[in-house]
Design a binder for this molecule. Structure first.
Ligand SMILES: Nc1ncnc2c1ncn2[C@@H]1O[C@H](COP(=O)(O)OP(=O)(O)O)[C@@H](O)[C@H]1O
Ligand SMILES: [Mg+2]
Length: 87
């Protein structure tokens, strides 16, 4: 089925669950974590996906969703996490 383009969806989980077209930026989670910076300044124009990215980080790190990792299934960060697993 053809994916629809998310218009004004700033919630990562909603975008994935609605199966909207998504440019996979989940590797940002790894890059940001490995940079280990105490402060991160994101300077991008509006509609560049800043809010969606923040929602993605919240979804990834919040303990509230600890048992619900499946929203990242098949995305770059998921493959990274499961690289060493053989089963
Ligand atoms: N990686 C992405 N893949 C697909 N659509 C995206 C992506 N990032 C943002 N969008 C869409 O682009 C629009 C603007 O994103 P938003 O996060 O609100 O940008 P910003 O906060 O930088 O202004 C939203 O409708 C959002 O659904
Ligand atoms: Mg925004």
């Amino acid at each position: 089925m053809k994916k629809s383009v998310a218009i004004e969806i700033q919630d990562f989980e909603a975008l994935i669950e609605k199966d909207c077209f998504y440019i996979d930026k989940t590797d940002f989670i790894r890059e940001w974590w490995e940079a280990n910076d105490s402060v991160t300044l994101i300077t991008r124009p509006r509609r560049f996906g800043k809010t969606l990215n923040m929602s993605m980080l919240k979804r990834f790190f919040s303990i509230k969703y600890a048992q619900k990792g499946d929203v990242f299934q098949g995305l770059s960060i998921w493959n990274e996490e499961n690289k060493g697993n053989t089963c």
